[in-house]
Design a protein around this ligand. Structure first.
Ligand code: PEP
Ligand code: MG
Length: 575
């Protein structure tokens, strides 16, 4: 039966394909004590689950069509082997018996121990088998909960048009999808500017978050239409619906192709104002798409993604190679690399503290400064890479002058260390700060004298100004870039920076929202940095804009506090 689900579209376009449900074995698992007399029963329950999964896998193995790729059968065999290994089929039973706990908990404890061992393996191939262990554990968890199993594909094939359906995904999960070819992904949770959504946008596939019950209502292999622009998922569409969306998809893809001819066009407004369009990237390999979409610089390299999905920290040489690669690949164009913005919703595999309000806690520059030795490793790596092109260093979430002073002191220390080692770097490397906290925006003068440039992180600036958690879909409706307080802060930032002759960019999601391009131009922004998927749309809008004519509208927008009137003015601005 066909039905429709509504969420928040975070990346436009239409995908038509089959559902692939993903769950995460690392998700919360209940822990409860089992009375001694029930321990044999609990142990038998676990044994049953192993049997069920074995039968399921054998059944799937038998059903593999002869024409299927050979890896598919090998993949199932591998899972059977993992399942039958005593570390998975026997050890949890011992845990149930010695700790007198439920089977799910015993399995999780054993899984954690196994995964840790995998992290310490040097061989890349073997280390990758960690995912297979996780998938087998997921099957066992599902068998324990009485749900039928499923087979995740080894690597999604672009031809299959798989649509990933998840309850929730971490930014680290999403960044891993970059290596696979999914047609789309949809989740139950998530806000529009959560880091998960931000990374999802960079995949340039239609995606929707905040669907609430999608993971529960959609079945494996069910036909889905995902309209990322409207935030709508049609489950099991009828023939007419399918035909209509195929047509819309074709039109959308055609429009994208047409935009490509703007790639090398100079980005000037209609009245000749030059505008820089830079790209936001998460990994060095994203540079190719950035250039392919006409980016004239990297405005934000979120370096923290080098620290995710691993158990160790990247050392100086590894970081240096990554930063040098980006700098070299950009071939003299500016590359702004943000020092690691970890904490809040982006965490390494290191043991974590779990503060009550992680977004207000030890994240970004606060975390960098909390461990100067670790921070110095990154600063040295960045400085070394600065020798190979035009590299700028960006400090995330600055809030007070001391953070800048301390960072500058560490930069000087890193330079001295390189001098001692006789390693070259750009002595004139520019250091900028991200304006993401209202306090920093209001007291901007504190930074204009100390830094070389600023970059406005509106994702966080809005979160902190409106007290709306960007990761919480329950309050996503309150997340409003057009709130007069946000517009007022932006106007203040651009005005103050202009007076101080300080370059200022904007690298939050607002920069890639084509409906806000003219508003930002009218506010004085001349350097936008966004995910590559939006570069050409925004360029087209810039080319069709007349800054002189925009200004009076924007001045009116800054004076009104009535949301309807604001919306009306924005529509007129974009007409
Ligand atoms: C921002 O906050 O706007 C920003 C660009 O940084 P991030 O989204 O990574 O927090
Ligand atoms: Mg931020």
């Amino acid at each position: 039966m066909s039905f429709t689900l509504h969420g928040i579209g975070i990346s436009g376009g239409i995908a038509i394909g089959r559902a692939h449900l993903v769950s995460h074995a690392k998700l919360e698992v209940g822990h409860y004590a089992v009375p001694p007399h029930q321990v044999p029963e609990e142990s038998a329950r676990f044994e049953n689950a192993v049997r069920t999964v074995r039968d399921e896998l054998k059944e799937v193995r038998a059903g593999v069509p002869a024409a299927a790729p050979a890896e598919f059968a090998a993949f199932i065999d591998l899972h059977l082997m993992i399942l039958d290994d005593s570390t998975l089929s026997v050890a949890p039973r011992r845990i149930i018996e010695t700790e007198q706990c439920n089977a799910e908990w015993a399995l999780k404890v054993q899984m954690d121990a196994l995964l840790e061992q995998f992290d310490n393996i040097d061989d890349g191939y073997l280390r990758e088998r960690k995912t297979d262990v996780l998938q087998v554990v997921e099957r066992l968890m599902r068998a324990l909960s009485g749900q039928p199993g499923y087979i995740p594909p080894p690597t999604a094939d672009p031809e299959l048009n798989l649509i990933l359906v998840a309850h929730d995904l971490s930014p680290a999960d999403v960044v891993q999808f970059k290596q696979h070819h999914f047609a789309s992904f949809i989740t139950d949770l998530g806000g529009t500017t959560s880091h998960t959504a931000v990374v999802a946008r960079s995949l340039n596939i239609p995606s929707i978050v905040a669907l609430h019950n999608a993971r529960q209502l959609i079945r494996e292999d069910e036909m889905l239409i995902v309209d990322g622009t409207q935030g709508v998922v049609i489950v099991d569409p009828d023939r007419r619906g399918l035909a209509e969306y195929e047509l819309r998809k074709h039109e959308f893809d055609l429009g994208r192709q047409k935009l490509r001819c703007l790639r090398d066009t100079r980005c000037l407004t209609f009245d000749g104002v030059a505008v820089e369009l830079h790209a936001n990237i998460e990994l060095p390999q994203d540079v190719a798409t950035a250039l392919d979409n006409g980016a004239t610089g990297i405005g934000l390299f979120r370096s923290e993604f080098l620290f995710l999905n691993r158990s160790d920290l990247p050392d100086e040489d590894e970081q240096f190679e990554a930063y040098r690669q980006v700098t070299r690949d950009m071939d003299g164009l500016p590359v702004t690399i943000r020092t690691y913005d970890l904490g809040a919703d982006k965490n390494t595999a290191e043991p974590q503290r779990f503060p009550t309000n992680p977004a207000l806690g030890l994240r970004a520059v606060r975390l960098c400064l909390s461990d100067p030795q670790r921070f110095l490793i990154q600063l040295r790596a960045l400085l070394r890479a600065s020798h190979y092109g035009k590299l700028n260093i960006l400090i995330p979430m600055i809030m007070n002058a001391a953070e800048v002073t301390q960072t500058m002191h560490l930069v000087a220390q890193a330079k001295a260390a390189l001098d001692e080692r006789g390693l070259p770097y750009d002595a004139d490397v520019k250091i900028g700060g991200m304006i993401e906290v209202p306090a920093a925006a209001l007291a901007l003068g504190m930074f204009t004298r100390k830094l070389d440039f600023l970059s406005v992180g509106t994702n966080d600036l809005i979160q902190y100004t409106l007290a709306v958690d960007r990761t919480d879909d329950a309050v996503a409706y309150l997340y409003d870039p057009l709130h007069p307080a946000v517009l007022g802060l932006l106007a203040h930032i651009f005005r103050t920076a202009a007076r101080a002759r300080m370059p200022v960019a904007l690298c939050g999601e607002m920069a890639g929202d084509v409906s806000l391009t003219r508003l930002l131009l009218g506010l004085g922004l001349r350097q936008f940095s966004m995910h590559t998927a939006h570069l050409l749309d925004v360029k087209q809008r810039v080319l069709q804009s007349n800054v002189a004519a925009l200004k009076p509208f924007v001045t009116k927008m800054l004076r009104t506090h009535d949301p309807e009137r604001l919306q009306e003015l924005l529509e007129r601005l974009n007409a």
